[in-house]
Design a protein around this ligand. Structure first.
Ligand code: GLN
Length: 319
């Protein structure tokens, strides 16, 4: 076992869970009504180790939309199907130092990285246009869903159509980003702009829960082999690239501070979810809707701080 004393470890996880539960900081995202009605009481933590030991506590089976947690997944899929050279002809690997939806491109007029909106929209255009271009939108949706599901040990994902429709209605900034990139010829030729935007909103609107997402994180912790099914879903080099950018760009404008304090690759989303990877040990998913001013889940951040104080999981801890 990678965590030999799993029962002891679980005791700590439970303490950290209850400590964070009483944290009432933060505000639930309100830019669309479907997110605004999420309960600020919801709080769940799921863990899946690379040898398949599992533990979860709290609201771990309540579905939430992936939102920005879909970004490392679409990026992983693009790396896997198109290879890093193709993907990074179109999108950079540098933190933007700006808001996740800021109207800005890098000095090459490419999106800074795949973990912010511009980069994720671009990755969606690559998946849509370059990988199996003969597929219809419907087929492409199934194809992506089943890829995500393989990362999650074949657990089924859901889709929240109300969130999708709302996201698309409230997407002035995302359209602005999309058009700005089109002006600068960022997309591959033959990109259908509307379809690409819809595809991005669809990825944000896919649904999962803590239990399912912890398996995805564990697949990333395990070099791309799903610990539940033993299926090799991602190549090790794809995983390395995904984790590198989660490490430097995964937590919005807190990414540098998170890398300093916690030292683990992670990705947060506006629904309050956080994917956290402890490479070669385990995947963690936390979910709690109240967000801090930078957009990260307050309880999720507290949990990570607490964990790093108790265990030497920080990348630069001396083991
Ligand atoms: N749907 C959101 C958007 O594109 C996702 C962003 C997020 O989770 N931060 O604005």
């Amino acid at each position: 076992f990678v965590i030999p004393d799993f029962q002891d470890f679980i005791k700590d996880v439970e303490e950290m869970y209850w400590a964070a539960k009483s944290n009432s900081d933060g505000k639930v995202a309100s830019y669309i009504p479907q997110l605004a009605k999420a309960s600020s009481e919801n709080w769940g933590v799921s863990i899946c180790t690379i040898d398949g030991q599992r533990f979860s506590i709290g609201d771990v089976t309540v579905p939430f939309t992936l939102q920005s947690c879909s970004k490392p997944l679409t990026y992983a899929m693009a790396l896997e199907t198109l290879g890093p050279d193709v993907v990074h002809k179109y999108v950079g690997t540098e933190p933007s130092g700006r808001n996740f939806n800021e109207l800005v491109l890098d000095y090459n007029m490419k999106p800074h990285n795949p973990m912010i909106n511009a980069g994720a929209i671009l990755v969606c255009s690559l998946l849509k246009t370059l990988d199996r271009p003969e597929m219809t939108l419907a087929e492409k949706f199934d194809y992506v869903m089943s890829f995500f599901s393989r990362l999650a040990g074949n657990e089924g994902l859901g889709f929240n159509n109300a969130v999708f429709l709302s996201e698309r209605e409230a997407a002035d900034r995302n359209y602005a980003l999309g058009f700005y990139m089109r002006e600068h010829k960022c997309y591959p030729e033959k990109t259908n702009f509307r379809e690409c935007m819809d595809f991005y909103f669809q990825c944000c609107s896919m649904e999962a829960n803590c239990d399912i997402m912890s398996i995805m994180a564990a697949t990333l912790a395990n070099g791309g082999i799903c610990p539940i099914t033993d299926e090799k879903v991602l190549r090790p080099d794809s995983v390395r690239n995904v984790l590198s950018l989660m490490h430097s760009c995964g937590m919005y404008d807190y990414s540098g501070q998170f890398a300093f304090k916690v030292g683990l690759p992670a990705k947060s989303g506006v629904s309050g979810a956080m994917l956290i990877v402890v490479p070669n040990v385990m995947g963690i998913c936390t979910w709690s809707p109240p967000l801090d001013p930078l957009g990260n889940s307050c309880r999720g951040l507290q949990f990570c701080d607490d964990m790093i104080n108790r265990f030497n999981f920080h990348k630069y801890d001396n083991i």
